[in-house]
Write a protein that binds this ligand. Structure first.
Ligand SMILES: [Zn+2]
Length: 73
């Protein structure tokens, strides 16, 4: 819940909700709040799974050229 604090005569005055938020209203607010799965695609260089727009951690390639040295694991 967002709240705005005003400073009035060197005292902090806070907005206080008039009514309790009902379970239905609270749960409706949170209906869109969820974790999303990480999207992965295959590296065109080594076909390892990697995240898009990132350097491949397996071969160190990005956009057809070696950017970093491949990690030994
Ligand atoms: Zn790769």
């Amino acid at each position: 819940m967002k709240c705005v604090v005003f400073i009035f005569k060197e005292k902090a005055i806070m907005g206080v909700p008039k009514r309790k938020t009902s379970q239905a209203r609270r749960d409706k607010r949170r209906a869109h709040k969820k974790l999303t799965a990480v999207s992965l695609s295959n590296c065109p260089q080594c076909t390892e799974l990697r995240m898009p727009h990132r350097v491949c951690p397996a071969c160190g390639y990005y956009h057809g050229r070696e950017v970093i040295e491949a990690e030994e694991s």
